[in-house]
Each structure stands twice: as C-alpha cells, then as structure tokens.
Design a protein around this ligand. Structure first.
Ligand SMILES: *Cc1c(COP(=O)(O)O)cnc(C)c1O
Length: 418
C-alpha cells in the first residue's frame, strides 16, 4: 500500500501517512500501543534487534510503534531523513546537545531565545560546554564568535517574544563554510511555514507542544536529521554509532546514547494526540497567521499602543527577510501598551483572549512577558533581549478575526470607562 509518492501536498502526506504502514483491520490511524516491552518467539531475533541487525522494538524508553509513526510523519513534514521524538521540546534540545557535545566544546547561539532554552544553555556553561550568545539577525556577530573549538550554531527561526528573524540563509552558508553543525529551532514557524533544510540546517528542533500538536493537550519535542551535514568530519561520535549510512550517525547517537540514557521519552498517548493534531497544521496556521496579521495591523494603528512586533508589519526590521523565507510571518506577535495604559487593567479586561502561557494553541493566549516567563532571567538580560516591562505576547488562535479585534479594542474601552 505504498502510495506516498503521488501524494505530494503537505496535508495530503500527513493525513495519509499512517495507512502507508498497512495497519491491522485497515485502521486509518496508528493505534496507541500502550506497551513498554515487546515479546519475541525466538530469542535470537531479540538479540538481533538489540544488535541493530534486525528492525524491531526493544523497550519503551527508546522505541514505540505509535511514537515511530509520529516520527515518520515529522520526517515527511520536514523533508528530512530521520526523526527522534522526546517528551518535551526542552528534552529534545537538551538531549541533542548532550549527545553531541563534550567538555571543552563551544557553540554559538542566537541571544534571542525561548526563555527555557536560554536557561538550559547557561547550565551547559557550568558543565564545561561554553556558549556565546550573539545577535543572530546578522551573520557578522555569529562569524565573530566562532572559535577553533566551536562545534555548532543554534538559532530559532522567529524568536519569541520580540519576533526577531535570524539571518537563516547567511548563517547556513557560514556553517557550511566552517564545517559546523547548524541547528534550527523551527517551533515558531513549523514545517508548514518554513523548511530549515532549505537554508542548510543539519538538525531541526520542533516543540510538538506548540503548532504541530496545536491543541494545547500534549507535550512533545522532536529532532529531525536533514541529511545535509557530513558527520564523518564530526569528532564527537562513538564508533558504535558510526555504522551504516553516515548521514544517520548523529541521529543514531542522539537516539541511542541521548534518549536511552536520559530517558525523556514521548508517551504513546501523547504521540497519538500530537499526530491527530498535526493533520490540521496547515489549516490551522493559515487561519492563525491571517488573524495575527489583521490584529497586528489593527493594534499598530491604535494611539494607546506604543509598539507592535510582528514580522508581517512593514515596520519590522526583518520584514523583507520574513517575506522571502516564510510562507507567512507566523502567528505570534507582541506589543507594548502606551505608558499611561495600565498593563494589568488592560489584560484583565480581555474577555475572549485567555491570560496564559503556552503558544500555538487554537485559542488566543496573552501573557505579560517580563513578569512571567522572562521574570527569572532578571532585568539586565531582559533589556539585552529587547523585552520591555509593558510587553504583552499574543499567541493567536483560530477564532474569527472580528471577535479578536473587538476583544482587544473592547478591553481598552472598558479600561477607559472604569
Ligand atoms: C516551547 C518552546 C520550546 C520548548 O518546548 P516544550 O515542549 O515546552 O518543552 C523550545 N523552543 C521554542 C522556540 C519554544 O517555543
């Protein structure tokens, strides 16, 4: 039943992905295989699977058929060659770096980062793996930070919350020139808006919790191998994982050494939720991005709004880059109220929009960034990331645009009246 090749469209590929594997009873969805272990009739088969000589399942911390089906789906979405899933996006990032880097190594990271990634990278610093944070919206700072012991460059596509767009193409060319691993966190764009492989990424991160799962009902993360990096030139791989296709050496080490040793496995139930959510990724994001554009334009025109950060606005410093690289400029924006508008009063007057962390949900979510998700890092680092105390981040959902605009306008009107 291999019909995948004629199925070129993004959504066509996703919704017909599971039945490629000829599931019993003709099931259209990969069932939830709620099992930890797998029994073998012949002990020699069990041994062969352990030794990598035969395909098969061993123990739930490393492999599960439901998770495997999701991994295949993500590989197809990213047009990569292999994917490893994890229990969260953070587990994907942390395990990947731990599996690939060693004491004395150095990596260069964008300074515009998801807050927990920033925190994690600082911890790597205390463990003898050094990181330089640079402004990755231009390639010059990245180039200047490279040292002889640099192994890897890490960037996000659109940074959260101020929506800086990294110099993705130029950094890709630099990584290739210097023979460095290029890791792109595609969470904010998702493979529907952008394929990091197109700018030379070696490994792609996705927090499945966000747009891919899309419904705010399951945590998950993934690392996808694009096949572009020559791992034969990378010193940190163990001989045991340097078997078979060299394009897959690193992802093997991430799965076997990283996932197995750290154990941040994705649960089969969560994998099922995420796989169902992924079917509508393109449909949801079309609506979310259109809503984000409409809202950002509306807010930018209001006298009570100081500033709006959204790559879809002409006022955004990387507008042209976003326009060139991404199908749409994302579904997340941030804005600063005027100084005379009370932040808490405004937020508490919103009726449709929910005050909540998370992003990529079907529901529109608002959060005062400096006081919550970026509180722990302190005022100085916040200032260096361009995060003002009045900044509100909006993750735009799939509600009707008119309802959202009315809510944002109505909250200000309510506040004025009170
Ligand atoms: C949320 C997020 C992560 C972490 O994902 P979790 O699933 O919450 O662990 C990593 N990177 C980016 C850009 C994110 O938005």
């Amino acid at each position: 039943m291999h019909i995948l090749n004629p199925l070129k469209g993004f959504t066509t590929r996703i919704v017909h992905s599971d039945r490629q594997e000829a599931i019993e009873h003709g099931s259209l969805q990969k069932p939830v295989h709620a099992t930890v272990a797998y029994g073998y009739g012949d002990a020699r088969d069990l041994a062969a699977v352990f030794q990598g000589k035969q395909q098969g399942f061993t123990y739930g911390r490393q492999v599960n058929p439901t998770v495997d089906a999701l991994q295949n789906k993500i590989t197809r979405m990213e047009e990569g060659i292999a994917t490893v899933c994890f229990g969260t996006g953070m587990a994907a990032i942390g395990t990947m770096l731990f599996a690939l880097l060693r004491r004395g190594d150095h990596f260069v990271s964008s300074s515009f980062l998801f807050g927990n990634t920033n925190s994690l990278f600082n911890s790597f610093g205390t463990q003898g793996i050094d990181v330089s944070f640079v402004d990755a919206t231009a390639v010059g700072a990245v180039r200047a930070a490279i040292r002889p012991e640099t192994k890897l460059i890490f960037v996000e596509t659109i940074a959260n919350p101020v929506t800086q767009v990294a110099a993705l193409e130029e950094i890709g060319a630099l990584a290739r020139e210097k023979g460095l691993v290029y890791v792109v966190d595609n969470t904010m764009t998702s493979p529907w808006l952008f394929l990091p492989k197109s700018v030379g990424a070696s490994l792609i991160i996705n927090s499945l919790t966000k747009y891919i799962g899309g419904h705010g009902n399951a945590l998950g993360g993934a690392v996808t191998e694009t096949g572009l990096f020559d791992w034969r030139s990378f010193g940190n791989l163990y001989d045991i994982y340097k078997q078979g296709d060299a394009q897959k050496w690193a992802i093997q080490q991430i799965r076997k050494k990283g996932l197995r040793d750290f154990g941040a496995a994705l649960a089969p139930e969560a994998a099922h939720h995420i796989a169902v959510g992924a079917e509508t990724l393109a449909l949801r994001m079309e609506r979310q991005c259109a809503n984000a554009q409409a809202l950002a334009e509306f807010l930018e025109a209001q006298s009570w709004v100081n500033k709006v950060y959204y790559p879809g606005l002409k006022s955004h410093p990387q507008h042209a880059r976003a326009d060139r690289l991404f199908r749409h400029p994302g579904a997340l924006f941030s804005f600063e109220l005027s100084y005379d508008v009370d932040l808490w009063g405004y937020l508490n007057s919103l009726r449709v929009v929910i005050k909540s962390s998370n992003l990529g949900d079907n529901r529109t979510l608002a959060i005062p960034v400096a006081h919550t998700i970026y509180h722990e890092m302190g005022a100085e680092r916040r200032a260096s990331m361009g995060i003002d105390d009045s900044l509100i981040r909006i993750s735009v959902g799939i509600e009707e645009a008119d309802d959202l605009i009315e809510d944002f306008a109505g909250a200000y009107a309510t506040l004025r009246r009170s």
